[in-house]
Design a protein around this ligand. Structure first.
Ligand SMILES: Cc1cc2nc3c(=O)[nH]c(=O)nc-3n(C[C@H](O)[C@H](O)[C@H](O)COP(=O)(O)O)c2cc1C
Length: 332
């Protein structure tokens, strides 16, 4: 079965790839993922906090910043540079080494919150040999005076900053909370974004009642998280001129098939690989192939988007009618 997939202008052998995670921090693991059949690799992110931290440390070393300068205040809560797997220079080196180590495309991931930091770095990522950039716009609005348009404008500024400094194909990884995601997706496409990755997980902090503290918490996903993504894939697919990647809740071959039916071009997997190991990728690819053969699909293109909002016989199932129906018939 021919599973070839065009994503970000890259010709992939199939649509399934490991998403950004520490699995891609080691070259040995990157090779293992390629051996397990990965069609591309998304590297773990370089966080803006790291780049800023390094810039500040350099300025201090060069005595261009006094001890009392507080340029880094906004980043005060964040870890010191030791906590990250790579500093910015090492990240570039890692891209280069990963490219040499494997034959599949390497997608660098930048985790951004302001436009200025990326001006030089986006260029360096390209020079290091990355095939594409995935820009993670993880931003949590907490300021009551900032409206949604201002937040979207700021995200677009970051996109523009990266686009102006790198000609690499650009994917943007988003969170699900927008007043009108389709409208913002269109704005991203107009700004030159080639793919949207749906969605960041918010690792909701818990509260420890004994110590009355807010406690960070990371739990791996399960398939139930896919449902939110399926709906938005279906809404965007075929209606916004970008590729669509899903991340969040893809664990089984059926999860992959559902994502493709809803309109995903590619499927990123992290939790399942952390739980079962890189070889799990192979069972996902095999499961997809068996399904296509059993159901007599001649190509992946016949399956993709078959149940998106444009193609489904029952578009209401993705819309308000689903909400009303779910509430009325909850016990049946
Ligand atoms: C331990 C861990 C580290 C991660 N690191 C990153 C990262 O560096 N950058 C990023 O964009 N996403 C990161 N993610 C999020 C994943 O790429 C993915 O979007 C998320 O886990 C949802 O997919 P899943 O349900 O397959 O796990 C990380 C996830 C985990 C569990």
């Amino acid at each position: 079965m021919n599973l070839t997939t065009n994503y970000l202008g890259l010709q992939l052998k199939h649509p399934i790839m490991p998403g950004a995670s520490p699995l891609t921090n080691r070259l040995a693991c990157i090779r293992e993922l390629e051996d397990a059949g990965a069609s591309a690799i998304v590297l773990a992110s370089l966080f803006e906090e790291q780049v800023r931290l390094t810039q500040t440390e350099r300025l201090r070393l060069e005595n261009r910043l006094s001890e009392t300068d507080n340029t880094n205040d906004a980043f005060a809560f964040f870890e010191g540079s030791d906590a990250y797997a790579f500093g910015p220079d090492e990240y570039l080196e890692h891209i280069y080494r990963a490219k040499v180590a494997v034959d599949i495309p390497i997608i660098a991931s930048l985790n951004a919150r302001t436009p200025t930091t990326w001006v030089d770095f986006a260029r360096s990522v390209q020079q290091a040999g990355a095939d594409a950039i995935e820009l993670n716009l993880y931003f949590l609005p907490t300021d009551p005076d900032t409206d949604g348009v201002a937040i979207e404008d700021r995200m677009l500024e970051i996109v523009t900053s990266v686009r102006q400094n790198s000609s690499l194909p650009l994917a943007v990884k988003l969170s699900p909370f927008f007043s009108s995601l389709p409208h913002f997706a269109n704005r991203l496409a107009a700004a030159g974004v080639k793919s949207i990755v749906l969605f960041n997980r918010f690792y909701q902090p818990d509260i420890n009642v004994r110590f009355r503290e807010v406690a960070p918490k990371l739990e791996l996903s399960d398939s139930s998280e896919l449902l939110l993504r399926l709906r938005w894939l279906a809404i965007l697919s075929g209606r916004v001129p970008v590729d669509l990647a899903v991340t969040g809740g893809a664990h089984t071959p059926n999860d992959v098939i559902k994502s493709l039916l809803a309109g995903a071009d590619t499927v990123q997997v992290v939790s399942a690989l952390l739980r079962y190991g890189p070889q799990h990728l192979r069972s996902l690819v095999n499961g997809l192939t068996s399904y296509l053969e059993e159901h007599r699909f001649r190509s992946l293109a016949e399956l993709r988007g078959k149940l998106n909002l444009v193609n489904t016989a029952n578009p209401e199932a993705y819309e308000r009618a689903n909400y009303v129906h779910s509430l009325l018939f909850w016990d049946r």
